[in-house]
Ligand binder design. Structure first.
Ligand SMILES: [Zn+2]
Length: 485
C-alpha cells in the first residue's frame, strides 16, 4: 500500500504550488505502487489537497489509500470471441468526462499543464485518451495477434528532470551471427561507420527487416526460431547522473599562471593553471568523470585578476555526488583557497545550466577595470601625463593583435576606453587605471602594436611606451550572486 507521510508534506506543497501534476507529485514522493497512479488525476488532485489539509491537523502518518481491488485497470486486450481484432477497454475508469474533450482541454484540474511531464501524466494517462488510441487502432483495421506499445517522449523532458539513469546492456554472442544474412539480402542497410564496432546496429537490422521479402527471410531464418543454449549476457550495468554546475569568482595572484593548461604539441609549458587548481578539488568532491570550465573572458598568463575576481562556471559530467549544503560548499571553497596562494575563489555555489548563460550574455557590453604599469623611453614629468585623466570615451581602432593573430581572424574592432586615471611614479614609470569596454586589448593600447591600435598611449604621449605589468581590477558581471561570508 502506498502512502504519503508527514515528511512528504513540504514536497507535495511545493510541487502543487508550482504546477506539478498529481502523478508527478507521487513520483517525486517515491510512491512505487502502480495502484495509486491509476486513479483519475482529478481524484488524485483532490486527495493530495485533502492530504495537505489533514496533515496540518493530524500528528502522525496520513495514508493516501488506493481503493481496494477491483482496481481501475486500463487494459488493452485482444478479444477473440468477437472474431475481429477489436480492442476492448476492460474495467476502464468510471466517471469519464464527457466526450469531445480535444487537445485544448489538456489541463489539470488546477487548470495547469504539468511543469515536469508537460501533461503526459495528466490527460494522456486517463481512460479517455486510451480510448482514443484504441479507436484509432480499431479504425485502422489491422489483423494482428500481439503488439508493442511504444511511447516517444519529447527530449526536453530530460532537461526538465535531471535524471539518474541506470542502463543494462544485453548481448547474446551465441546468436550474434543470425543477423548476418541480412547484409547479403540488403547490403545498403549496413554501411560501416567510424565509431561503430559492428555494422549490425539495431537501426540497421530493423531497416533491413522492413525491406527483406518474406520468402527470402524464411529461406534464411527458421520459423519458429531455434532454441539457444545460453542465456543472454548482461554485458554492462551502467549508471549515469545528469551534470551539475558550479559557479564562483576567482582571483589570480600569479604572473606565471595560465587560465587553462598550457600545453603545446603535447608538452606542458607551465606546471598548473587556474582551471586545474579549482577543478581538482571539485572533481574529487563531486566524484565526476570529467568537467568543462568556462569563464567571463580570460586573462593572459602574466596578468593578475584582483578585486572581486572573474566569474567562472564548471560543468561536472556524470557526478556521483550531487547534493551539497551551503556549509559544504563553503568548506570546499576553503579547501581550494588553502591549497594554493596563486588563486582564491569566492561565491562558490551550485547553479543551474540555464544560469550559466547569464555569465556569457552581454559580455561585450560589460566594462572592465585595469591597472597597468607603464614605462616610457623619454623622461616624463607629472604634467606630461595629467591630461590622460581628462580623456573620456576614447574611441580606438584595434587591428587583431599580432600575438593572437594565429588564433583570431584579422579584423579592425572599435573599442572604447571609458576613463583613465594616471599615477606618476618616476621619470620613466607611471601607473594607469583604465575603465574600458570588455574585449579591449590593453597591452596593445599601451604600446600600439606597431601602429595596429590607434590611438595608443605611445602616440598620445608622443614617445615610446611599453607595459610592464597588468592587473584586472574588476570584471563587471553581476553573476554569480554574492554570498554572505
Ligand atoms: Zn506531471
Amino acid at each position: 500500500m502506498s502512502s504519503l507521510t508527514e515528511k512528504d508534506r513540504p514536497i507535495v506543497q511545493l510541487l502543487l504550488s508550482t504546477g506539478t501534476c498529481p502523478r508527478c507529485v507521487l513520483r517525486f514522493c517515491c510512491v512505487g505502487s502502480q495502484l495509486l497512479y491509476r486513479h483519475p488525476h482529478q481524484d488524485l488532485m483532490k486527495d493530495l489537497q485533502e492530504f495537505l489539509k489533514n496533515s496540518q491537523e493530524k500528528e502522525d502518518t496520513v495514508c493516501l489509500d488506493a481503493a481496494d481491488p477491483p482496481c481501475k485497470r486500463i487494459r488493452l486486450e485482444h478479444s477473440r470471441e468477437e472474431g475481429a481484432d477489436d480492442l476492448n477497454l476492460n474495467g476502464a475508469v468510471p466517471q469519464l468526462p464527457s466526450a469531445g474533450r480535444g487537445n485544448t482541454a489538456m489541463e489539470s484540474s488546477a487548470g495547469k499543464v504539468c511543469n515536469v511531464c508537460l501533461g503526459i501524466l495528466q490527460e494522456f494517462c486517463e481512460a479517455d485518451f486510451v480510448k482514443k488510441v484504441c479507436q484509432k487502432v480499431n479504425s485502422a483495421d489491422y489483423q494482428f495477434t500481439s503488439f508493442v506499445f511504444s511511447v516517444s517522449l519529447p527530449p526536453q523532458l530530460s532537461v526538465r528532470e535531471s535524471l539518474f539513469e541506470v542502463s543494462v546492456v544485453f548481448a547474446h554472442p551465441e546468436t550474434d551471427e543470425e543477423c548476418h544474412f541480412l547484409a547479403t539480402a540488403c547490403p545498403d542497410c549496413f554501411k560501416p561507420a567510424k565509431n561503430k564496432q559492428s555494422v549490425f546496429t539495431r537501426m540497421a537490422v530493423i531497416k533491413a527487416l522492413e525491406r527483406i521479402k518474406e520468402e527470402d527471410f524464411l529461406k534464411h531464418f527458421p520459423c519458429p526460431p531455434s532454441s539457444p543454449k545460453n542465456l543472454c549476457d548482461a554485458l554492462e550495468i551502467q549508471c549515469n547522473n545528469g551534470a551539475v554546475f558550479v559557479a564562483g569568482r576567482y582571483n589570480k595572484y600569479s604572473r606565471n599562471l595560465p587560465q587553462t593548461p598550457w600545453i603545446i604539441d603535447g608538452e606542458r609549458k607551465l606546471e598548473s593553471s587556474v582551471e586545474e587548481l579549482i577543478s581538482e578539488h571539485l572533481m574529487a568532491e563531486f566524484k565526476a568523470d570529467s568537467f568543462n570550465f568556462s569563464s567571463s573572458g580570460r586573462e593572459d598568463v602574466d596578468v593578475r585578476t584582483l578585486g572581486n575576481g572573474r566569474p567562472f562556471a564548471m560543468e561536472l559530467v556524470n557526478p556521483h555526488r550531487i547534493h551539497f549544503t551551503a556549509e559544504e560548499m563553503k568548506r570546499l571553497q576553503q579547501a581550494i583557497n588553502d591549497s594554493s596562494d596563486k588563486i582564491q575563489v569566492r561565491d562558490l555555489q551550485l547553479v543551474t545550466r540555464e544560469a550559466i548563460g547569464r555569465m556569457k550574455e552581454g559580455e561585450e557590453e560589460k566594462t572592465k577595470t585595469y591597472s597597468a604599469l607603464i614605462w616610457t623611453d623619454k623622461e616624463i614629468q607629472r604634467e606630461d601625463i595629467a591630461f590622460l585623466d581628462d580623456i573620456k570615451e576614447l574611441k580606438l581602432d584595434q587591428k587583431t593583435p599580432l600575438r593572437v593573430l594565429h588564433r583570431r581572424p584579422l579584423a579592425v574592432r572599435c573599442r572604447l576606453i571609458h576613463t583613465m586615471k594616471s599615477e606618476y611614479i618616476d621619470e620613466h614609470h607611471f601607473r594607469l587605471h583604465l575603465k574600458t569596454q570588455a574585449g579591449t586589448y590593453i597591452k596593445e593600447f599601451v604600446h600600439g602594436d606597431f601602429g595596429r591600435t590607434k590611438p595608443n598611449i605611445g602616440s598620445l604621449l608622443n614617445r615610446t611606451a611599453d607595459i610592464l605589468e597588468l592587473d584586472v581590477e574588476s570584471v563587471d558581471v553581476d553573476w554569480p550572486p554574492t554570498l554572505a561570508d
